[in-house]
Design a protein around this ligand. Sequence first.
Ligand code: TNX
Length: 527
Amino acid sequence: MRKTLLITLVAGLFVCCAPKAAEIPQTPGVIPQPNGIEIKEGSVSFDRFGRIVADAQLLAEAQLLQESLSRMGYELELGKGRGKAVKLVYDPESDAESYELLVKANSIEIRGDAPGVFYGCQTLLQQVYTSGQVRLGDIEDGPRYGWRGFMLDEARHFFGKQEVMKLLDMMAYLKLNKFHWHLTDAQGWRIEIKAYPELALTGGIGTHSDPYTEAQYYTQDEIREIVAYAAARHIEVIPEIDMPGHASAANRAYPEFNGGGSGQFPDFTFNVGKEGTYAYLTTILKEVASLFPSQYIHIGGDEVFYGSEAWKKDPDVKALMRREGLPDIKAAEGYFIHRICDTLKTMGKQMIAWDDVLGFEPDRAQSVICWWRHDRPQTLVQSLDKEYRTILCPRKPMYYDFIQHSSHSCGRTWDGFCPLEDVYAFPDAWYEGWGLEEDDMDTVLGIQSNLWTELVHNTDRLYFMIYPRLFALAEAAWTEAGNKDYGSFARRLDPYYGLMDKLGIYYFDAREPSAHSEPAGPVIIKR
Ligand code: TNX
């Protein structure tokens, strides 16, 4: 285990050597832009530093820093001794996820709680990467939002452990801290469940482009490994097990819990009328709960109407509706959501769901809402009025399955698309259109971008849709509105195109859109 982890780390970020440019950028080459900088004239060359000295609570952070620096060609020793040191100082009193990076000619000190110190290390690494130097002065920095999320859909296409870890590396480097993992959908079930092995073995067969691809899924050991890898980088992993819709893959494996669907979406729902369905889903959620230490499980809850018409004719759903006095199938859906929310509570977990569940008024203390329907700002207003903790991830501009440039054609559009500038300007540029002000946002946990992968079938397309928008997301999520400046961001982004080149990441080049052409989308196989 230890060995695999090390190999992965070595293969991770910074397989490259740092450019030793003599010139220091005007602002340190840091993304996201820190929220408090007191820069002094001058800088210190990093190759003079020989060791890392860390408080006992920060040994893991120290080790990751050492490994990242080593990949850039700087070998520092861990522990006390002679020579200039980078000091990591544990300060539990410091604001959550915040840090101070104090750079003097003879010393570098990073102080904060454990996530804060980790982020201070990223700020240091980025300066070393972009210039080989560290600016003298004092950075006091902390995040605008506690939720800085990215969602990856591995149900439509599966990318596997190495790609997820590479993504986690980049998220950590950019101070993103929530990885929402969409693991189940109509096209595939991607997580091993011991009590119901066919979910992965049968439900894992197929992708959006080829329904016959052999089963692809994560074993529970792999899940644990990825969750630990993320946790070491201060990233929380939130699994999504989509229900009661988007369930066709599960229904292929265990048809006895199938609630039916409609023409275009066959077998789309779980059967919300059968008692057995609740026992089945409880067992599944229990296993999921034991794998992910997060206090949250995302249960989807979206777009159930694609399949729930079938419930009108289902004897079990009809019996449920009679028994519980539910007037229509929408009420049956609400019954299901409440029951699953209660089930999660017994496991000590809270529910996250897409904004489709809002009308059912789930328990506010137990629920978090992901607002995604950008064309329905009234849903956001409702979520905030009712004081739900809310994550902002509206399709526009936060969906990365939408194209990012007018010359692109493979991806969604909707009266426009999701360019880098719009991701960057989020959410501030949108308040007015929503009829809200920043003050109305008290229960907003933060922001998130989502990559749905119907049209993302290989790593070139994966990277192309994510990068460089992930950099803009990071700054939008971390940097206070008053400290954001797109021109400065674009300049600071420049050296990171080179980093992505070295990491083998096929990004969209926002500087020169024709430089990297858009990779073709999948050919849909029908056999
Ligand atoms: C809607 S966003 C979905 C996904 C699709 C996506 C494509 C949401 C909660 N559901 O199932 O992949 O649109 O943009």
